[in-house]
Design a protein around this ligand. Structure first.
Ligand code: ARG
Length: 457
């Protein structure tokens, strides 16, 4: 088939070169944005008296017909076309004749593709934000139900201090809230229109870039035409935000995997979000969480691919930039799937409060509170820390726990100990007294929940 750009050359490229060059099999997903962009372009050309109103009407009707037919399935993509832009223009010209050839006045595929990706990604970003908010809602609901569910908090994966499961869930809610914020922020810079930058230098036609941008819902225009067609920083930014979000999801997945093991059994995943083994009948595997963790590598890879593709490119457009799409599409597709699965998995997950409590009762996680008890009675913290450590060692030797050690034994270490110490080191007290802002007490977690809910609205 003769190429639309055949002119200087005869356009007869090698089949292998055609396949290598072609992007329609992945950029066809931007058909809607491409057509919407072309409709706005035709309207702008007429508004600026570059083409007649009649021609614009013909172009717009033709474009609307193509859009409708693609959506209904009456029209299929022609995979022989080089890309989605060529495809739409070719069908348009077949359908409305020579007027179709006027559409590409005062633009180039370079600004056209930059426009399409920005429009495509701003919609995707909105979907990612909505899906992330659903995960935050699931986390918040778990937190509300588990404000008083005591579990061991860990550092170095060693039992450290008692916390609540609600507090733990809200930690992730805070992370994801920042992820939403980051994506909203990168949308601001993404939502600037490159159309009208043309191939690289702008145009001699008296176009109106701002009206075209406004018609397409942009907040403004790219102010340097070379920049407008050359940079894909908005893709990199979105992918970085996605990579961060996925990193948070991966950490949460890792915890869910640990918690569902028999060694922990802190949570039980619903049957709907687990799988069995083909050989071991007893198995209930956290495959969904593992896949979210596993797909993190691929999302990081997407980000790395684009960063690397861009790093040596001279201005302005280079065909290397066609490599932006598959990775950014893969990143958005993957994160959307992961987010959907994560909210389903979280909202159907049941919490084994007894096991959490049991785990919290071992490991001397109230030793800090024992030291704090002595401090409140006047002992310097370092000395209190040392004595508490000695008492823990004594408990280990005597195979007992702090709660069960008799007062006489405590008195061997310090006269400051009295019967009120047992209340001080009770796990519920330990949690309830952590009223510092952001702490693990019920009232503090309630404040965190309130804050997150307000942010979501
Ligand atoms: N398919 C191309 C891309 O994705 C469209 C732009 C082509 N521009 C060009 N000068 N060959 O980048």
């Amino acid at each position: 088939m003769a190429k639309m750009w055949a002119g200087r050359t005869d356009g007869a490229t090698d089949k292998l070169a055609d396949d290598f060059n072609s992007s329609i099999h992945f950029d066809c997903r931007m058909y809607k944005q491409d057509i919407q962009g072309s409709i706005a372009h035709a309207a702008m050309l007429a508004g600026c008296n570059i083409i007649s109103n009649e021609d614009a009407d013909t172009l717009i009707a033709g474009l609307e017909g193509i859009l409708a037919d693609l959506e209904s399935g009456a029209l299929q993509f022609d995979m022989q076309c080089e890309d989605i832009h060529m495809f739409v223009e070719q069908v348009l010209t077949e359908r409305i004749g020579d007027v179709g050839k006027k559409l590409h006045t005062a633009r180039s595929r370079n600004d056209q593709v930059a426009l399409d990706i920005r429009m495509y990604l701003r919609d995707e970003a909105d979907q990612i934000i909505a899906l992330t908010k659903q995960v935050i809602v699931a986390l918040t609901e778990q937190a509300e139900q588990n404000k008083a569910t005591i579990m061991p908090g860990y550092t170095h994966l060693q039992r450290a201090q008692p916390i609540t499961f609600g507090h733990h869930m809200m930690a992730y809610a805070m992370m994801l809230l920042r992820d939403v914020d980051r994506i909203c922020d990168c949308k601001k810079r993404m939502n600037m229109s490159p159309i009208g930058c043309c191939a690289l230098a702008g145009t001699t036609y008296a176009t109106d870039r701002r009206s075209e941008a406004a018609a397409l819902g942009f907040d403004g225009i790219c102010l340097n035409s070379l920049d407008g067609v050359s940079d894909r920083d908005f893709c990199v930014e979105l992918m970085s935000a996605i990579a961060l979000l996925q990193m948070h999801m991966s950490r949460l997945s890792e915890e869910i995997i640990l918690w569902s093991s028999w060694e922990f059994k802190f949570v039980e995943l619903s049957d709907a979000f687990t799988t069995g083994s083909s050989i071991m009948p007893q198995k209930k595997n956290p495959d969904m969480a593992e896949l979210i963790r596993g797909k993190t590598g691929r999302i990081y890879g997407d980000l790395m691919s684009l960063l690397t593709a861009l790093k040596g490119l001279p201005l302005a457009y280079n065909k290397d930039m066609q490599e932006d799409k598959e990775c950014v599409f893969d990143a958005v597709d993957t994160i959307k799937m992961c987010l959907g699965v994560m909210s389903g998995m979280l909202s159907t997950m049941s919490v084994c409060a007894d096991n959490m409590k049991k785990a919290a009762q071992g490991g001397f996680i109230n030793a800090t509170d024992l030291a704090d008890y002595l401090v409140k009675k006047g002992m310097p913290f370092r000395s209190a820390y040392k004595i508490s450590g000695q008492i823990v060692a004594r408990c280990i030797a005597d195979k007992t726990v702090l709660e069960d050690l008799p007062l006489e034994v405590y008195k061997e270490y310090s006269d400051l100990f009295d019967n009120d110490l047992y209340n001080e080191i009770d796990l519920t007290t330990c949690v309830e007294k952590r009223i510092s802002e952001g702490g693990t007490s019920i009232q503090s977690v309630e404040k965190q929940i309130e804050y997150v809910k307000a942010q979501l609205n």
